[in-house]
Ligand binder design. Structure first.
Ligand code: NA7
Length: 545
């Protein structure tokens, strides 16, 4: 029997974005329910519990900024947080703000349909529950749909086949383990597994540049200082491009002498943190090939210094520019000095097929494995949305709307989908995610508050609130995001940042690269100008205008 739950707002996803949005909409006085397909809160941090899973944003900024008291009193011990600590923190926030009673977990959204005559969203869930909500906020996660590569023979493997986002309860101590994928996930996982497993082989397609994270304990004095200075710290974060609490320098790489350059790279290497190395050394590493190559040379020299076996060192050295999402580690290159750890360069010896006993390479050697781990990433952004059938005005699906590539105005609103918002949708700000998420949820809340206010003011008193972005606004935002990538070296690397890691996706800019501060400024402009990019309480106009 169908059970229909009527509410003002339905938030889908109980990760960092969904939790905050639920809090904000309650604060606004809306009856809000938050659902998640997982049995617990946490979103990506619920699913990604592979060994070594860690945030690479520093702990003091991998949290919410809005509860000032909690910010100062909820403690942390190390420079970066491992997955269990992040999950614990998110549960703590849910308890502290009494949000648990608004959650319905183990509830999977299957379809969402805009019912024009009711001006409501009808959301059907796998459990037979139906929600009827005036607003739908999708916080489905940016990195939530696993990317399972289509490798010949993959289904024939007789050992344990594991994707990192679905880590089972397994003891790998006595096992020969193969890992495909060496992005952030792969390098964290391999660094954690190396001392614990019998044999570890990295099947590496693209070598990666990684710098030390500097993970370690944080002293009480340093924490006290941060707690006393949080206002200033966040003030600087909101005014920054990346939101990572690091200096964002503009000095060109080639403006200093070779010795000075080496010194600056070395200082940042010693301090640790991926974003610091990419953005606090020089201001042009992501735009100038010549400058970028200086960073490449420096990291190559570090690989040579660390990795004793010249064959392994050579395999680990990237030949591309340093232009992917920057990575940091807690001793990744060092694991290759262990006798039980090896790297196979798939560029030199491509993977031919997966066979029951392991991986067969193009030179016909077979590497026998007990477990094969896919650290192959995610169908980022739209992957989370396309598995759900979301129908907007005139029955048009989000899949249709995104046929040429995913887009959303300010990363949060799609034309033809009234009263629906996305957190971390396409073309949202590329910055420290908890900060970008807060900025987006704040803006979504402003949009909803405005629609509510306008409806309440209506003379008939019977107008249901509605707000929908105008098509040209979405298009212009997309063009701006495209323009901002011109000249960026990030475009030279095939990665999830441009949707080039998944077969069949139309590569399109997935983020707004104008910086966090500028993103926030644009949302504020929209609010202050009275939402000129939106139809407000003009049902039926969104597709035709
Ligand atoms: P990423 O960064 O997308 O990395 C995926 C890795 O998997 C990468 O090394 C890929 O190599 C590799 N890959 C994918 N498919 C294949 C096939 N078919 N054969 C060989 N190798 C393959 O995902 P992560 O999970 O590490 O990180 C995603 C984000 O999560 C990260 O940026 C953080 O923000 C958190 P490629 O580079 O494509 O040659």
């Amino acid at each position: 029997m169908t059970n229909t739950i009527v509410c003002d707002a339905l938030v889908v996803g109980a990760g960092i974005g969904g939790i905050y949005q639920t809090f904000k909409l309650h604060e606004l006085g809306l009856k809000t329910v938050c659902i998640d397909r997982a049995p617990e809160v946490g979103g990506t941090w619920y699913w990604n519990h592979y060994p070594g899973a860690m945030s690479d944003t520093e702990s003091y900024l991998y949290r919410y900024s809005w509860d000032k008291e909690d910010l100062r009193t909820y403690t942390w011990q190390t420079r970066y947080l491992y997955q269990p600590e992040i999950l614990k923190y998110l549960n703590h926030v849910v308890e502290r703000h009494g949000l648990r009673k608004h959650l319905r977990l183990s509830t999977l959204m299957e379809t969402a349909t805009w019912v024009e005559r009711e001006q409501r969203w009808r959301v059907e869930c796998g459990t037979g529950v139906v929600f009827s909500a005036r607003y739908l906020v999708n916080a489905l996660g940016i990195l939530s749909e696993p990317n399972i590569p289509n490798i010949p023979g993959i289904e024939s493997f007789s050992g344990h086949l594991i994707h990192t986002a679905a880590w089972p309860d397994i003891d790998l101590c006595s096992k020969r383990v193969g890992v495909i994928g060496n992005g952030s996930t792969g390098i964290q996982l391999m660094t954690a597994l190396a001392p614990k497993v019998k044999r570890l082989v990295s099947f590496q397609r693209s070598p990666q540049y990684s710098v030390p994270s500097g993970q370690g304990p944080v002293s009480k004095e340093d924490r006290d200082w941060i707690n006393e200075n949080y206002d200033n710290i966040y003030d600087a974060v909101w005014k920054s491009k990346n939101g990572h609490g690091i200096p964002e320098v503009t000095r060109p790489t080639m403006s200093v002498s070779a010795d000075e350059r080496q010194k600056i790279f070395q200082e940042c290497w010693d301090k640790g943190n991926a974003f610091r190395f990419m953005f606090s050394t020089f201001g042009d590493l992501t735009t100038s090939v010549e400058s970028n190559q200086e960073a490449c040379k420096f990291i190559h020299s570090k690989i040579d210094e660390v990795v004793k076996d010249p064959r392994k060192a050579e395999a680990l050295k990237p030949t591309e520019l340093y232009a992917r999402r920057p990575l940091c580690d807690t001793g990744y290159y060092q694991i290759f000095n262990r006798d039980n750890v090896d790297v196979v360069s798939l560029r030199r010896n491509p993977l031919k097929e997966i066979v029951p006993s392991g991986i067969k390479l193009s030179d016909n050697t077979t590497i026998e494995l007990d477990a094969l781990i896919l650290a192959t990433g995610f169908d980022a952004l739209e992957g989370s949305y396309l598995r759900v059938c979301i129908k907007g005005q005139e029955g048009r699906t989000l899949k249709d709307h995104w046929r040429g590539g995913a887009s959303a105005y300010l990363g949060v609103a799609c034309a033809g989908f009234p009263n629906m918002f996305l957190i971390s949708g396409p073309q949202g700000a590329f910055a420290n995610f908890p900060c970008a998420i807060e900025a987006e949820a704040n803006f979504i809340t402003e949009c909803i508050a405005h629609a509510e206010k306008q409806a309440a003011r209506s003379t008939s008193g019977a107008v249901p609130a509605s707000i929908a972005v105008k098509p040209p606004a979405e298009q212009e935002w997309l063009s701006l995001c495209d323009k901002l990538t011109q000249g960026s070296l990030f475009k030279t690397a095939k990665s999830w940042i441009f949707g080039e890691n998944v077969d069949g996706r139309s590569p399109k800019v997935k983020f707004y690269f104008g910086g966090l501060a500028e993103y926030i400024a644009r949302t504020k402009e929209e609010v202050q100008a009275g939402f000129p990019s939106f139809f407000v309480n003009e049902a039926g106009l969104t597709l035709t205008n």
